[in-house]
Design a protein around this ligand. Structure first.
Ligand code: HEC
Length: 161
């Protein structure tokens, strides 16, 4: 009995998954150009690229936009251990706008991430950053894993005394 219905159930599940995906895409492509521009502007002037885009600060910001916010393998070492700037393109691809607002207001990542600056942003600014980052699409690989104090960090690091 159940077996007979399996293909139907599978088809229904697939259809609803597609509908969700389509609705998400539609919502994103509907983001007004002014909101995307605002997001791009904020990512630039609030310094997100400085750490979350590979080579951004050392190359005076001359990094292909395709690479923006894809995270970095340059570690930041200090008394907190070694942290690596998260790939925000992948992070936000897995979050709804609502989840992002909640995350941005409640996260407490380790240094040198200025989470307090993100928390101080208005909803409109956070939504613009979300819309812009999602419009770039998911890309790149996850940043190296956090290394706790006293453990070996992978690759080059910026060292805080
Ligand atoms: C000085 C470097 C630096 C700057 C500037 C910076 N970040 Fe970060 N960010 C980091 C590091 C390093 C981490 C990882 C922290 C950890 O592992 O605990 C991080 C983590 C995050 C996370 C948490 C990811 C998660 O897994 O929950 C978010 C979200 C984030 N950054 C967004 C931003 C945004 C938006 C901006 C611009 C307003 C920004 N960051 C600017 C270095 C930076």
């Amino acid at each position: 009995m159940i077996k007979k219905h399996m293909p139907t159930i599978a088809a229904l599940l697939l259809m609803s998954a597609c509908t969700v995906a389509l609705a998400e895409t539609a919502a994103l492509s509907k983001a007004p150009a002014s909101q995307l521009q605002r997001g791009r502007y904020l990512v630039q002037v609030a310094g997100c690229n400085d750490c979350h885009t590979p080579g951004y600060a050392p190359q005076n910001g001359k990094v292909d936009e395709k690479l923006w916010l894809t995270g970095d393998a340059l570690g930041w070492s200090g008394p907190w251990g070694t942290t690596y700037p998260t790939n925000l393109r992948l992070l936000l691809a897995g979050m709804s706008e609502k989840q992002w607002l909640h995350h941005a207001r409640n996260m407490e990542p380790r240094p040198p991430m200025p989470w307090f600056n993100v928390r101080a942003m208005t909803d409109a600014d956070l939504k613009a950053i979300y819309a812009y980052t999602r419009s770039l699409g998911a890309a790149g690989v996850a940043a190296p894993a956090y290394a706790p104090p006293g453990t070996q960090a992978s690759g080059p690091v910026v060292r805080f005394p």
